[in-house]
Design a protein around this ligand. Structure first.
Ligand code: ZN
Length: 390
């Protein structure tokens, strides 16, 4: 850091001086040059004494703000921010904003930069005010709105996030409705904990009207209906997921099986699972059908079905289930031990594997995040498909 300061600060100061010097009269210039070389040496001394804060003050003072040096100030502040030296970035940008002769465009740009400084420092209330000021001035609309959205998401202020997302959608002509549906889901979950189930249900309705393909809405609705023993309503909600986004079908299969069983509708369950398997072949559906077969027709029939399905679409989870079934049938001790060893090995293999992966940044884990913890995008973490997944 110190080495870079030795270059950045004097260079910025000198370049600012260079741009402005042609405007000075010769006599004044000579006088100023003398002061400059004195200040410059003082600044360098502070740097060499490892007192960079004092050096910054000296060099900023040297960079007299005029129309020629505004860009230099902005760039210097941004450079500090990018290097993580947010306090200095704030000082440079504040110094710029304090100058009375800035034109409107320069002032707005400086406000945006200062907002970014405070945002980076985590001082969200100040950043928020600055971004609003920038947007009210009619400049940097998309940029300002994106920062505000980020702030409201981090503060979990979902009402504000919805308003800003709607504005951002119209400013950038992008569809923000899938994200807005998540905000309503967040409000619904909060309301269910702190207000009432009715209020939560109202938010879910809004989520679904914002985005009728909101898988999260269907999952929440299904889970809450099932908790209230409204199994038919729960089944209707869970079933929507197959058409909303079939990649998430594995999330609803165990819930659907439980609801159908509660209602004693095993035949309907098998019919639904078979229909699902035709449309969306996934191992979760195969395993649910295998278990159903084992229950109604015995292990032999289940093994035959699973073996046939694994030949079509092999997966590690399917193989593990097949070994479990075989283990249950095996009577000979030595064969049983071999199957058990194989079963344990596959179990260990599966334990180390993630279940979900972000299609945007590749982040993976065992928990379904609707908002990727790594790239901060919504709707991008999905169950892993293929041999090691679904
Ligand atoms: Zn991601």
């Amino acid at each position: 850091m110190f080495d870079a300061l030795l270059i950045i600060l004097p260079a910025a100061a000198i370049s600012g001086w260079y741009y402005s010097k042609t405007k000075r009269r010769h006599r004044r210039q000579r006088k100023q040059s003398a002061r400059w070389s004195k200040d410059y040496l003082a600044g360098l001394n502070y740097l060499l004494d490892e007192q960079p804060d004092k050096a910054v003050d000296v060099f900023i003072k040297m960079l007299e703000v005029d129309s020629e040096t505004v860009e230099t100030h902005l760039a210097l502040g941004n450079l500090f921010r990018k290097r993580g030296e947010v306090d200095r970035a704030i000082r440079v940008h504040q110094n710029l904003i304090a100058r009375p002769h800035l034109d409107k465009a320069e002032r707005t740009q400086a406000l945006l930069c200062l907002g970014q400084d405070y945002f980076k420092a985590g001082v969200f209330d100040r950043a928020e005010r600055l971004f609003h000021e920038v947007i009210d001035a009619g400049a940097y609309l998309a940029e300002g709105l994106r920062y505000l959205l980020d702030i409201y998401e981090q503060e979990k202020d979902w009402d504000q996030a919805i308003q800003i997302a709607q504005k951002l959608g119209s400013v950038t002509n992008t569809n923000m409705n899938p994200v807005i549906a998540h905000y309503y889901c967040e409000l619904a979950e909060e309301a269910r904990l702190k207000v009432s189930s009715e209020q939560a249900a109202r938010y879910l309705k809004r989520a679904l009207s914002a985005d009728r393909n909101s898988v999260r809405t269907s999952l929440l609705q299904g889970e809450w209906e099932a908790e209230s023993q409204q199994y038919k309503a729960a089944i209707r909600a869970f079933k929507r997921v197959k058409d909303q986004d079939p990649d998430y079908i594995a999330e609803v299969i165990p819930h659907l099986v439980a609801c159908y069983e509660k209602l004693g509708l095993e035949t309907e369950l098998i019919a639904f699972l078979r229909q699902c398997l035709d449309e969306v072949p996934r191992i979760s559906i195969v395993l649910a059908l295998t278990e159903s077969l084992r229950h109604w027709r015995g292990a032999e029939a289940a093994i035959a079905f699973l073996t046939e399905q694994l030949q079509l679409r092999p997966t590690v989870r399917g193989l593990k289930h097949l070994i479990d079934l075989q283990l249950g049938l095996e009577e000979e001790i030595s064969s049983k031990e071999k199957f058990q060893l194989l079963d344990d090995l596959i179990q260990q293999l599966l334990q180390d594997k993630p279940i979900y992966r972000c299609v945007h940044c590749g982040f993976s884990g065992k928990v379904l995040h609707w908002h990727c913890p790594s790239c901060k995008q919504w709707n991008v973490v999905k169950p892993i498909q293929g041999l090691e997944g679904e």
